[in-house]
Design a binder for this molecule. Structure first.
Ligand SMILES: [Ca+2]
Ligand SMILES: [Ca+2]
Ligand SMILES: [Zn+2]
Length: 234
């Protein structure tokens, strides 16, 4: 290769880096599970929709990541429970609470040890918002689709923080009755693929790049209320 061609290649690389880097830093992660299938339980009791509808909508939120992430990571719905509290108890639970928490629609509380997630619970603030399911019928003040809020919260549950990309599922704010969060954007996919084994087009899975240690010796680090969502400002 001549010196001129080498220089051209170097310049091309520099330009490409300049274009790509703003997107690369849009997402953020804080921890990851040590296994590729994680059980989540649901207490579907709420004030707005049937328990069957709530359960189905929450499972749809899980499936957003299961089917769109291009990774081998899977949320596994493990059944109905009656839990009304969140805690580090080695049981991942989604529940509704008939409390108004201001502009926060839902909160995810996660615990990790040495960067490995060991527990994640999510509360939907039922007292402050009117929840709907499906793809029509949502309306009124403080209205939100469970599928979309769940997709965002499950992003926290698998290890993601908020993204600065406005239309991403992991963007911090939710517009009333929006259905955009149930579809992952490229930034969300890049985020989850940075944590878990990426699946190839033919369904083959890349070999693990690290061991899956999950033991939780000592007191796990708790990831607190930085995982709430804000009501739309529009
Ligand atoms: Ca728990
Ligand atoms: Ca409600
Ligand atoms: Zn959030």
């Amino acid at each position: 290769m001549s010196r001129t061609r080498i220089l051209a290649a170097a310049l091309t690389a520099a330009v490409a880096i300049g274009v790509i880097s703003p997107k690369v830093i849009a997402y953020a992660t804080y921890a990851k599970w040590g296994t590729l299938s994680v059980d989540f339980y649901i207490n579907p009791v709420n004030a707005d929709v049937t328990q069957a509808a709530a359960t189905a909508a929450l499972q749809a939120g899980m499936n957003v990541w299961n089917t769109q992430s291009g990774t081998a990571f899977r949320f596994n719905y493990a059944g109905r429970v009656d839990d009304t509290t969140t805690s580090y108890d080695n049981r991942n639970v989604i529940l509704f609470r008939n409390v108004n928490n201001g502009s926060t629609i839902a909160s995810t509380y996660a615990w990790s040890t040495n960067g490995v997630l060991v527990d994640s619970d999510t509360v939907f603030w039922d007292g402050g918002f009117a929840f709907f399911t499906g793809s029509s019928g949502c309306g009124g003040g403080g209205a939100a689709y469970i599928e979309d809020v769940a997709a965002h919260e499950f992003g926290h549950a698998l290890g993601l923080q908020h993204s600065t990309v406005p239309d991403a599922t992991m963007a911090p704010s939710y517009s009333t009755c929006s259905q955009t969060q149930r579809t992952l954007e490229a930034d969300d996919i890049a985020a989850v693929q940075s944590l878990y084994f990426k699946t190839e087009a033919g369904g083959a899975t890349q070999p693990p790049t690290s061991g899956g240690g999950t033991s939780a010796d000592g007191t796990p680090r708790q990831h607190g209320s930085s995982t709430a969502r804000g009501r739309s400002k529009r």
